[in-house]
Design a protein around this ligand. Sequence first.
Ligand SMILES: [Zn+2]
Length: 178
Amino acid sequence: MANSERLTVQDESVVTMEYRVTLDNGEVVEASDEDGPMQFIQGRGHVYPAIEAAIGGLAPGDEKNLLLPPEEAFGAYDPDATETIPLDLFPDDMELVEGDEVELYDEEAEETIEAVIVELQDEYAMVDLNHPLAGETLHIWVKIVDVRAATAEELEHDHVHGEHDHDEHDHDEHDHER
Ligand SMILES: [Zn+2]
């Protein structure tokens, strides 16, 4: 695949990227110093569209800073997105503490949602259903570490294959015939 190697980020490039996501108050939400650089296929929506747009054409060593407004990140903060839930609807063994995050099962939507307990009363808990980062502007720094063309197999699986054994990936939904 050496002949199809590309030096700048384009659609279907496998990008290795250092990153740091910071809030207005300087709090670091996540960063590659802790988790290691991220790897993804450019142009597949694996990262925020704003990041894909910002890194198009960059080469290894290039850095970029961008601001992601709440609308492009975790949404605006909705002050009405609180709910009062009777305590007996929580599992008996669940410890309820103000400020803690809990996972609630929404039976109508058939999905698990994360909520923060904002107030505890004798018989009710008031929970905030906003994403913990709702309303936050994300300050994102990225630095391109490596760029290469994705292999046909990676494009087919829609994820990056590392240097490790293929079996280490979670591939329940794929076939792996060669
Ligand atoms: Zn795969």
